[in-house]
Write a protein that binds this ligand. Structure first.
Ligand code: SF4
Length: 352
């Protein structure tokens, strides 16, 4: 059975869809909002129109693993918690630098080899999360928006065990999908890959304006949001672009953590070096200057740039080394946030 035949088998009628004239459907699961004729598929290739009914992925995973929450990365959510992470196949973007291309790009690029699909029920995945003593269950490895109905079903089961749910996403969301997942998803990691519309269009196949709109909505609808920018030499590491990008996030809220992470040559982008520590430090300084309270740089151990510090008194509250939490001094504020035990300042996030 080919991969496409398997995906036809592992599918169910989509909730995030509307009927269009002539047996066509409009998919509402991401900001592309594809109009799909009968027999066709959307940009992501995993949602397809079968005789006038939009079908969406259901009943399988491409893999799952217990991961630390810091690896997602969430730095303001239950430090040290175990997550059960799972993924399916496909993506609504086509980034040349994708770090998960084996699962996300396999449907448009046969050179990416996904393993076999594993049939599973939402109950079984939720039960696996409980067995792993996971505090969180995370849809990741491929783009979760394009499989929103499936993740909602899994998260509904996981919530019965008191397990919180998260998306690790490129953030190319529609208003409809955010409203659909909001009852089930607490935490949202989104990318902001560049602040240049042409680069977004050419590299990812999306529009900057729609990404920014989605980030505004994610924040406004009350998801806990952390934003990641993979810093790629010669692509998005110019000072003016980073200032504009950080300024946008700070305009949403200075409490939103911004992770600037290092690029390594991968997939189709092998024509440049890895990101230098100096570039990561530059981005961090720009973020702080623009008003962000929490800016994290991966891959520079020992300098304290992975620690969560109190924005008021500067005390290191969560000390990390890579994905390992060495100390967590954040206390409950009694106001739904964390608090610094030294000066009582609020520390935004989900701490208990
Ligand atoms: S999830 Fe996005 S890319 Fe896929 S069919 Fe729906 S609107 Fe199109």
């Amino acid at each position: 059975m080919t991969l496409f035949e398997q995906l036809r088998k592992y599918s169910a009628p989509a909730a995030l869809a509307e009927k269009m004239p002539g047996n066509a459907c409009r998919c509402l699961a991401c900001a592309h909002k594809c109009v799909i004729a009968a027999g066709g598929a959307g940009v992501c290739k995993v949602r397809f129109n079968e005789g006038g009914t939009l079908k969406a992925p259901w009943g399988y995973i491409s893999g799952s693993a217990p991961d630390p929450v810091e690896k997602k990365p969430f730095f303001h959510v239950l430090p040290g918690a175990v997550t059960l992470s799972f993924g399916m196949l496909g993506c609504n973007f086509k980034c040349a630098f994708c770090q998960n291309h084996r699962t996300s790009q396999v449907l448009r690029d046969p050179a990416c080899l996904a393993g076999s699909l594993e049939p599973v029920t939402p109950e079984e995945l939720a039960s696996a999360a409980r067995t792993a003593e996971a505090g969180l269950i995370v849809s990741t490895y491929n783009e979760p928006l394009i499989t929103a109905e499936w993740s909602a079903a899994v998260f509904r089961e996981a919530r019965k065990y008191g397990i919180r749910a998260a998306y690790v996403s490129n953030g190319y969301a529609s208003a409809e999908v955010l409203d659909y997942i909001r009852p089930h998803v607490d935490l949202y990691k989104a990318d902001l890959k560049t602040f240049d519309d042409e680069k977004y269009r050419k590299t990812a196949g999306g529009k900057l304006g729609k990404v920014l709109k989605a980030l505004e909505m994610i924040h406004a609808k009350g998801f806990w949001l952390e934003i990641v920018t993979l810093l790629i030499p010669g692509f998005n590491d110019g000072t003016a672009e980073l200032e504009a990008l950080a300024g946008f996030i700070a305009g949403l809220s200075g409490d939103i953590p911004w992770h600037v992470t290092a690029f390594y040559p991968a997939y189709k982008m092998t024509d440049r070096d890895a990101t230098s520590p100096a570039t990561l430090v530059k981005a961090r300084e720009i973020g702080l200057r623009k008003g962000l309270k929490y800016v994290y740089t991966g891959n520079i151990p020992g300098r304290g740039f992975e620690d969560t510090c109190c924005p008021a008194c500067g005390r290191a509250l969560v000390r990390r080394r890579g994905f390992k939490v060495l100390e967590n001094a954040v206390r409950s504020s009694g106001r739904g946030t964390g608090a610094c035990p030294g000066c009582s300042a609020d520390i935004a996030g989900v701490w208990s």
